[in-house]
Design a binder for this molecule. Structure first.
Ligand code: PLP
Length: 399
């Protein structure tokens, strides 16, 4: 069979691949702890689900405008304006089927053959592949390990060329959990502005911030003059435990947003209408939404403390990034390699086979010496997972 060049270099999402294998083993009766998935383990807050159910009963089951209902776009714009402390136009908001589609619309509309797009690394597995689908060239930019891999203008200076058209950053980061400070974001935004480069900021984990009372700093917290052309990508999936509802959004200049809408209108049209009704509750019922963020945030922070404590206790000397946000622990396993286990992919396969623990190898994020553990699960499951990981490390050390 022959397929087109459009998909020649495309790989299925590596994180989804591991999680699918873990689910398959579990369905065959194996005792599997799956720490590979990237989703909150909480149910969607009831006030959100109830709003959708009521909406369906009310007949809100038809097409909406491709960019989403004006009510939802306005609610999101109000939500963003509160954060930014300045009035933002609702015409800049495009509601998408998950943040992933927001990223697709953005990357496919902005970049094409001959363009280079800088991708801060380690990166969420999908970014370089979306750049490849647009037939542009992803260029990875690694920050230093001592800075939790956060990139700086000096890192960007070393990677920029005449063909560079954009930069994709993600804070809080998947997979590292690192969070950029406002000053760090400001220096990156100014660098993009000064180089005439699109800044794409994926802030899907913004509300999952362990080291502060408010959300993690984002580009809308910056003074408007620091920003050149930018696209903010966000959504309801992680903040409101709504991964299956498929609601994301982009916020950009209305001119860019019209282009994203045109693309989306030819691809998927609007995000599912009942899901938009649910998201309208999430973005407009401010007190209820805040209460669920606080409850889920407290659980994530406790689990972050737990996994960091177990790392120090059970895997001393194994380098890791202390997660300041999101729900991932990123740790370095090349010190544990030995004969036959020469990369994190092999190490993770062995861990899955021998101990039934599924993690994601760093190959998915640009460095196969590291692994990612998702701590979006109960304390008991995390305790058991660490016992098993330590058992494998102990067994191979004494082998
Ligand atoms: N951006 C990052 C960094 C993610 O980790 C994910 C999901 O794992 C997404 C975007 C996609 O979010 P959604 O499920 O809303 O498409």
């Amino acid at each position: 069979m022959q397929f087109s060049e459009n998909i020649e270099k495309l790989k299925p999402s590596a994180t989804i691949a591991v999680s699918t294998l873990a689910k398959k083993l579990a369905s065959e009766g194996r005792d599997i702890i799956n720490l590979s998935a990237g989703e909150p383990d909480f149910d969607t807050p009831a006030f959100i689900s109830e709003a959708a159910i009521e909406g369906i009963r009310d007949g809100q089951t038809r097409y909406t405008p491709p960019a989403g209902t004006p009510e939802l776009r306005k609610a999101i714009a109000r939500h963003l304006s509160r954060r930014a402390g300045r009035e933002l136009s609702w015409e800049g908001v495009v509601v998408t089927s998950g943040a992933k589609q927001g990223l697709f619309n953005t990357i496919f509309s902005l970049f094409g053959p001959g363009d280079e797009v800088l991708v801060a690394a380690p990166y969420w597995t999908t970014y370089p592949d979306l750049v490849v689908i647009a037939r542009a060239e992803p260029v990875t930019v690694f920050g230093a390990q001592e800075r939790d891999f956060k990139i700086t203008p000096a890192d960007l200076d070393a990677a920029v060329t005449d063909a560079t058209r954009g930069l994709i950053i993600n804070s809080p980061s998947n997979p590292t959990g690192a969070v950029y400070t406002l000053e760090e974001l400001d220096s990156i935004a100014r660098w993009c502005r000064d180089h005439g480069i699109w800044l794409i900021s994926d802030e899907i984990y913004r509300n999952i911030h362990h080291d502060g009372d408010a959300g993690a700093p984002g580009i809308l917290d910056l003074p408007a003059e620091s920003l050149g052309d930018f696209v903010l990508v966000d959504g309801a999936s992680k903040s409101y435990a709504m991964t299956g509802w498929r609601i994301g959004f982009t916020f950009a200049d209305p001119t860019a947003s019209r282009e994203f809408t045109a693309l989306q209108s030819q691809m998927t049209s609007n995000a599912a209408t009942p899901s938009q009704v649910a998201a309208l509750a999430a973005y407009s019922e401010v007190e209820d939404a805040e209460a669920s963020l606080v409850t889920m945030g407290a659980a994530f922070r406790r689990r972050r403390d737990l996994v960091v404590a177990r790392m120090q206790e059970l895997l001393p000397g194994v380098p890791y990034v202390r997660p300041a946000g999101a729900f991932y622990l990123y740790f370095r396993v090349d010190g544990l390699f030995r004969e036959g286990i020469a990369n994190a992919t092999a190490w993770c396969s062995e861990l899955l086979e021998k101990q039934g623990v599924a993690l994601v190898p760093g190959a998915a994020f640009g460095d196969d010496r590291w692994v990612r553990l998702s701590f979006a699960t109960s304390d008991e499951v995390l305790e058991e997972a660490f016992r098993r990981i330590a058992a494998m490390v102990g067994a191979s050390a004494s082998a």
